[in-house]
Design a protein around this ligand. Sequence first.
Ligand code: AR6
Length: 179
Amino acid sequence: MEVKIGNSQLVLKQGDLTEEEVDAIVNAANPSLLGGGGVDGAIHRAGGPEILAQCKKLGGCHPGDAKITSGGKLKAKYVIHTVGPIWGGGKEGEPKILAQAYQRSMEVASGNHCRTVSFPSISTGAYGYPIDQASRIALRTILNCLKDHQGISEVRIVLFSFEDYQVYARELRQMTIPM
Ligand code: AR6
């Protein structure tokens, strides 16, 4: 599924983020930036040791912030490492931190002249954020950022499972139905 926003587009697809041929993929990392499971583990496995070597020099990353390394052996030129919130029921600032993670990733992408960026569904795996709520924040934030960062021509959200894809597609349809 895709929607046009001015001269750029937002694409939803089911697939493996590590296979994306884009300028940057975004990693759902943890504050150490030293690797982990889920999509983080998959990115380091596919990208090779160069990514971890660069991560070690970054001094970690606060939730809601984002930092960049090369893409190592990946097809993507860069990996933008961001840290989403751990779900604790929703009253500990989780929505704001999740929006910041997407927003800072877009800023870092734009600042590094990326035209195409692929995201995973941040925080909805090990970090436990309910995916229906998380998808609304992800979509709204990315759609807003696409207006601010005209240099980015395409953002993809790559969902690992068909169920996750369906949630994002339903929410995007609801947001973009003409009134
Ligand atoms: N491509 C696309 N999506 C994937 C892939 C893949 N190859 N692999 C997993 N996903 P998670 P989080 C999906 O747990 O919730 C790590 O240990 C997955 O199905 O990777 O932000 C970090 O080091 C889910 O929908 O990230 C942190 O400690 C989504 O990616 C912690 O997990 C996010 O799940 C971060 O947790």
